[in-house]
Design a protein around this ligand. Structure first.
Ligand code: NAD
Ligand code: IPM
Ligand code: MN
Length: 351
């Protein structure tokens, strides 16, 4: 049988809770599909800081690099929030993404028919929404230099970051997005602030140039502020969205609420080569950690993306997605999903 090495990174807060569900799911599907999965668990974020003093131990990055795919829960928490930049859990995650070179972050916001009532938007607006957000993940303002703290000419203290994109960085994420749009409904919306920011003007120019290789894909451009509004006004106008690191972060959290909860949104981060990184888009949810309230489906669906995009095991991926639908059909809901059904476990009621 085919055998794969999976690096598991539970992380902090609800991370270990959601990873344990996803691991069990993967083990079951692997046995059904006759695949062998070898799991190797490593530390990242706060858990790594507490036991090794750094947020990304060398052993974690090398284990991740040597595996076929990486499944991550979440990192971060109050305990480390005041740490210096290089000793923050979040810095460890950014170093892991950069270290694996996973520049393309796919965040699908799919409104499942079982959850059309769980959206905070009217059912007729939310139902059948199916958007793929392609977020650039290893560039932009998250990584641009110069950055830091200092003083300005008036001697006043400042903090600063730089939004910067090179042509190769924009071209490669644009190509990924065009390829995805081509296999979906053939529509790509590039989101930027080209009315204000040079980095966005450049982004738009490069995306437009790459478009000539994809005449079958209909490209449009939208400013990020308008996109935030349009996602709520009429989300069905979107098929595939491509955007920079920080706009993608914000717009994917926004899009997640169309699906009912941030606890539903998985992601896949892919590079030119090497293992992909698969993680829910949500964080460590310290407000509910340790209370058995976390919705594990974003991580379970990330495990499905791992099988699909990371291992090429499409049938196994579909098995997980079907199991999620069946679980919802049976009426199971975590408290983050508003529900008026028989199990009436609305957020207000359970929390
Ligand atoms: P968050 O996503 O952790 O939580 C936001 C809200 O959504 C909270 O009310 C939380 O309870 C709820 N929520 C999130 N996931 C849920 C789930 N699976 N089921 C039910 N409810 C869920 O964002 P935050 O509160 O802004 O950040 C908390 C910490 O997580 C911070 O340290 C932040 O840096 C970190 N973070 C990490 C990642 C990651 O590891 N990829 C992503 C985002 C935030
Ligand atoms: C995410 C998170 C991270 C990000 C943080 C924790 C570094 O918000 O995965 O969306 O901003 O990318
Ligand atoms: Mn985020």
């Amino acid at each position: 049988p085919k055998s794969y090495k999976i690096t598991l990174i539970p992380g902090d807060g609800i991370g270990p809770e959601v990873i344990s569900v996803a691991k069990e799911t993967l083990q079951l599907v692997a046995s059904q599909e006759g695949i062998q999965l070898q799991f190797h668990e490593v530390l990242l974020g706060g858990a790594a800081l507490d036991s090794t003093g750094v947020p990304l131990p060398d052993e974690t990055l090398s284990a991740a690099r040597q595996s076929d795919a990486v499944l991550l829960g979440a990192i971060g928490g109050y305990k480390w929030d005041k740490n210096e930049k290089h000793l923050k859990p979040e810095t460890g995650l950014l170093e892991l993404r950069a270290g694996l070179g996973v520049f393309a972050n796919l965040r699908p916001a799919t409104v499942l028919p079982q959850l059309a009532d769980s959206s905070t938007l009217k059912k007729e607006i939310a139902e059948a929404v199916d958007i793929m957000v392609v977020r650039e993940l290893t560039g932009g303002i998250y990584f641009g230099k110069p950055r830091g703290f200092g003083t300005n000419d008036n001697g006043e203290e400042i903090g600063f970051n730089t939004e910067v994109y090179s042509s190769s960085e924009v071209d490669r994420i644009a190509r990924v997005a065009f390829e995805i749009a081509r296999k979906r409904r053939g529509k790509l919306c590039s989101v930027d602030k080209a009315n204000v920011l040079e980095a966005s003007m450049f982004w738009r120019k490069r995306v437009t140039k790459i478009a000539s290789d994809y005449p079958d894909v209909e490209l449009s451009h939208m400013y990020a502020d308008n996109a935030a509004m349009q996602l709520i006004r009429d989300p069905k106008q979107f098929d595939t969205i491509v955007t920079n690191n920080v706009f993608g972060d914000i717009l994917s959290d926004e899009a997640s609420m169309l699906t009912g909860s941030i606890g539903m949104l998985p992601s896949a981060s892919i590079g030119e080569s090497g293992p992909g990184l698969f993680e829910p888009i949500h964080g460590s949810a310290p407000d509910i950690a340790g209370q058995d309230k976390a919705n594990p489906l974003a991580t379970v669906l990330s495990a499905a993306m791992l099988l699909r995009y990371g291992l090429g095991q499409e049938q196994a991926a579909q098995r997980i997605e079907t199991a999620v639908l069946e679980t919802l059909n049976k009426g199971f809901r975590t408290g983050d999903l508003f529900s008026t059904g028989k199990n009436n476990m609305s957020r207000r009621k359970r929390y």
